[in-house]
Ligand binder design. Structure first.
Ligand SMILES: Nc1ncnc2c1ncn2[C@@H]1O[C@H](COP(=O)(O)OP(=O)(O)OP(=O)(O)O)[C@@H](O)[C@H]1O
Ligand SMILES: [Mg+2]
Length: 607
């Protein structure tokens, strides 16, 4: 039951508090056993069973001595105060003991609250961090909704189905052990009899709960699907509406929801079985005990008398509830293990882009970037880049052009190590980038990517993204260079306007200019521009183009261009096709060559 994988590591962090909490539970159980012992006194008193005994010489945990002690104490009280007062004292004593017992139980859970939440806090933090570290390729095979579901639902499930039941297991086990000890003291024969029956019950229960984990993992997968559909639908709402796909999407969702609900029914029915099942088993055991205990009393040749047997049964019935909780906990933990596996899957995912053990920090860029016999393919082995050789000297601007799918974005993604090369090398100042510390490598490069990545935050925070202690002036200056200042100050709260999810409140051109402003502020020595393919209107395009030209000045730039009119003045133009460099040179040279570049150029001239 305790093979909880990575969760153990988190639990150990709080071991001290857990021990204190267990200690309180421990005390609470002692007090509850004491409470029931007063009941014993009560019965003895009613049945006139109390006989005066001499005060025992010394104290020890022996049934006879404890009983003698209590008898002595009690006969003294009766002698001095009379029977009815004694009855009152017993009742008051029982109440006090009961109060203390509950106080201790509460303290025990009180201490555990920050433990449970602390574990979740740490798991969530680590999980998010891991999601940031994981390579971009990881996200190609995993739906966003599924990952979100793991990071939210499964972590919640960890609490509900692992930590909470685990707490029950601790507390209830202590309770059961103590009550059993008390039962042993009262009558060991009867208790041995019970002990033989209990494991049989436990076995039956564990058999029935076995299938739970598998069903639970199916449930979590379906939950991930549902989240994926919601996530995709919200971001693709325009398309859904434009293509009249509301009914289509709705049906798709309903189908998934139906499967999800059916699995949930199975799970509810199974977990709900825990309670009646353990009750039936429990009652069977109680009745068996009744039978056996009764026969012991009838046969008269045992020390068991009516009052003891009554107390015995009361204590015994009090084991049933904790035992029931244990059963439920067992069910829950089986169910929770599916979530553990789903979270672990992310924790165990390979980081692939790993820091070189002797990675060097490279604070500046002095000479050149060189691609040397570079080969690359994504995980499906289809070659995407083949034998690329290219050198870009500091201060140069080069343009990469070529048909869609030629491998342009892939090529530039290799520079900040979003992916690692499969063959050959990329060298910055003749140092292979795999030996440069990843963070310092990424400081050298700034990217304005093909998709404009913005966050649901203010304009200011989107421009200042990833930088600390950024002044308002520097952000404004960056925005001015990016031709964004004008539209920003016309927004409701200027630089402090929220731009909506992924910048949904901005136009395409505005989004691009915010992305450019972000790169300007970062001020990297190497700038990578992946021109957006979506067409902008002429005015917007002119503003974006003008902004790009401004930031390229005096910087080493690799620009992927779709509008060839923008690259006439570049130092070199690289033409790519099917993952290879097919032509290179200046604009007029390439036109004269009358090859692919000329073709692309002619195609665009018709626009
Ligand atoms: N994450 C990926 N996993 C697998 N294959 C990919 C991935 N990204 C791109 N590809 C494939 O690699 C090839 C090159 O893609 P890339 O995005 O580099 O083209 P591109 O030249 O930038 O095209 P575009 O002009 O349309 O932006 C294409 O065949 C594409 O299908
Ligand atoms: Mg591209």
């Amino acid at each position: 039951m305790f093979k909880l994988d990575f969760v153990n590591k988190y639990i150990y962090k709080h071991i001290l508090k857990i021990i204190v909490s267990i200690l309180f539970s421990f005390l609470a159980v002692i007090f509850s056993v004491l409470t029931f012992s007063t009941l014993y006194l009560f019965l003895q008193l009613l049945f006139d069973k109390i006989q005066a005994v001499a005060k025992p010489e010394s104290f020890s945990f022996n049934q006879k001595i404890i009983a003698d002690y209590l008898n002595f104490l009690f006969t003294e009280i009766i002698r001095v105060e009379g029977k009815s007062k004694a009855l009152l004292y017993i009742s008051l004593g029982a109440m006090l003991l009961f109060f203390v017992k509950n106080l201790l139980t509460y303290l025990s859970s009180y201490i555990l609250a920050p433990v449970r939440n602390g574990i979740l806090y740490n798991v969530r933090n680590d999980l998010y961090h891991k999601l940031l570290i994981l390579p971009i390729s990881f996200y190609r095979f995993h739906k966003k909704g599924d990952i979100i579901s793991r990071a939210s639902n499964d972590v919640q499930e960890l609490d509900e189905s692992i930590l909470k039941p685990l707490q029950a297991v601790f507390i209830q086990s202590i309770t059961i052990v103590f009550y059993l000890m008390a039962l042993f003291i009262i009558n060991y024969k009867l208790t041995l009899f019970v002990l033989i029956l209990l494991p049989i019950g436990a076995f039956i229960i564990s058999r029935i709960s076995k299938v739970l984990k598998k069903t639970a993992s199916k449930l979590q997968i379906k939950q991930g699907n549902i989240l994926s559909i919601i996530e995709e639908s919200i971001s693709g709402l325009r398309i859904i509406k434009a293509y009249n796909a509301i009914d289509f999407s709705n049906d798709r969702f309903k189908k998934n929801n139906e499967i999800f609900t059916n699995i949930k029914n199975i799970i509810y029915r199974r977990t709900d079985l825990a309670s009646p099942l353990s009750e039936v088993l429990g009652t069977t055991i109680v009745i068996a005990t009744f039978l056996y205990g009764g026969s012991l009393i009838i046969s008269k040749n045992s020390s068991l008398d009516g009052a003891s047997f009554f107390l015995y049964l009361v204590l015994f019935i009090n084991i049933i509830n904790p035992a029931k909780s244990l059963t439920t906990a067992n069910y829950q933990i089986k169910k929770g293990k599916a979530s553990i596996e789903r979270i672990k899957y992310i924790f165990d995912a390979k980081e692939i882009i790993e820091e070189h053990p002797q990675a060097i920090i490279k604070p500046d860029f002095n000479e050149s970037i060189r691609f040397e016999n570079l080969d690359f393919y994504y995980d499906n082995d289809k070659i995407v880049l083949q034998n690329i050789n290219l050198e870009i000297k500091k201060g140069q601007s080069i343009a990469i052009v070529g048909p869609s799918g030629a491998g342009k974005t892939t090529l530039v993604d290799l520079i900040p190590r979003f992916y690692d090369t499969k063959g050959g090398n990329i060298l910055i100042d003749e140092i292979p980038i795999k030996t440069i510390e990843i963070e310092s490598l990424r400081k050298l490069t700034g990217i304005v990517s093909q998709e404009c990545i913005l966050f649901n935050d203010t304009v200011f925070n989107n421009i200042a993204f990833g930088k600390e202690n950024v002044t308002e002036d520097s952000v404004i200056e960056a925005a001015k260079i990016a031709n964004a200042h004008e539209f920003i100050i016309r927004m409701e709260n200027g630089y402090h306007t929220f731009i909506g999810d992924s910048g949904s409140l901005l136009s395409g051109g505005q989004r691009q200019r915010l992305n450019i402003a972000r790169a300007v502020l970062k001020n990297p020595p190497i700038l990578i521009l992946d021109e957006a393919t979506s067409a902008l209107d002429t005015e917007s395009e002119r503003l974006v183009q003008d902004a790009l030209e401004k930031i390229m000045k005096g910087r080493t730039t690799i620009a992927i261009a779709h509008r060839l009119s923008t690259i006439y003045n570049m130092d070199e133009i690289i033409v790519m096709n099917h993952g290879k460099i097919v032509e290179r040179g200046k604009h007029h040279e390439l036109i004269a060559q009358n090859g692919l570049y000329k073709k692309l150029h002619d195609l665009q001239s018709f626009k």
